[in-house]
Design a protein around this ligand. Structure first.
Ligand SMILES: [Zn+2]
Ligand SMILES: [Zn+2]
Length: 277
């Protein structure tokens, strides 16, 4: 397995540990590439984001890239928020993510707690979770085309609290249609789909983002995928990667995207690593 993670948080946003703590653990784990993607500033919730001016964050990442260049490739990225997009050419890549829905009087968070999601659905979608899910994918389809992120982060994050179909039916035809339309819109921009293993790493739910039916569609269309642990704790930098690779292999994927020498490249998924997992 080529160890590469471009979805990493530090204490600069809502993760644990300094950037250098994370680099130390990445080296111990044998990572070849480590990209930092702290949360972009969002005015409606600043306690889990970078400051509005990302200058210090960017400069620090570039300093570490230089300092560690003989041992690991450090990449300066960002987890950008579609409703608060920060275009800065110094970011070597953007993870485009949606953690909220724009509503009449601001933004409704979808991934904070089940209670907050429930209250948002009650207040803005007449209590109908299926409408919120549909709206989420409608926005995502537009977002990808408008902002052209290199990576689409946790594509179906709207499922986060949907255990036992609490808010909507993931098997319904209308849900699946909305998700696949957004996948097609995002895939046609050339974006790489993140296969986000954070739930498995944190032992929350044994699910990946995206769900299998979306991954099958991505495979059929030939859109690229990249593993992302979305680590908020450096001990989980490679959390769930083995399971994710095994799942991808089982679905028929044979290539995975990694970052190497300043760009995205395709690598073969190593069969022997996955079937023995
Ligand atoms: Zn995220
Ligand atoms: Zn993240």
């Amino acid at each position: 397995m080529v160890l590469c993670n471009l979805h990493t948080h530090t204490e600069r946003s809502d993760g644990i540990g300094s950037a250098e703590d994370v680099i130390r653990i990445a080296l111990e784990k044998g990572f070849r590439t480590l990209g930092f993607s702290d949360h972009v500033y969002t005015p409606w919730g600043t306690d889990y984001t970078l400051p509005e001016d990302p200058d210090g964050y960017i400069r620090e990442n570039l300093q570490f890239a230089e300092k560690y260049k003989d041992r690991i490739e450090i990449v300066c990225g960002i987890e950008n928020e579609f409703d608060c997009w920060q275009a800065d050419k110094r970011y070597q890549y953007n993870i485009g993510s949606r953690h909220c829905l724009p509503v009449s009087d601001g933004h409704m968070l979808i991934d904070e707690t089940p209670e907050i999601l429930e209250a948002g659905i009650a207040a803005y979608y007449d209590g109908r979770g299926a409408l919120a899910a549909k709206d989420y994918y409608m926005h995502l389809a537009e977002d990808a085309d408008r902002f052209r992120p290199q990576i689409i982060g946790h594509f179906d994050l709207i499922r986060k609290f949907n255990r036992s179909s609490r808010f909507f039916d993931e098997n319904s035809a209308s849900y699946r249609r909305a998700a696949l339309e957004a996948a097609e819109a995002a895939g046609s921009t050339g974006a790489v789909f993140e296969v986000n293993s954070s739930n498995i790493a944190r032992k929350r739910r044994h699910i990946l983002y995206p769900a299998d039916f979306i991954l099958r569609f991505i495979l059929e269309r030939g859109y690229p995928v990249i593993l992302g642990s979305d680590a908020h704790d450096p001990s989980l930098l490679d959390g769930g990667f083995r399971e994710a690779e095994t799942r991808l292999w089982g679905l028929g994927f044979r290539y995975i995207t990694v970052w190497e020498n300043g760009r995205f490249v395709q690598k073969e998924l190593a069969e022997q690593m996955t079937v023995n997992a």
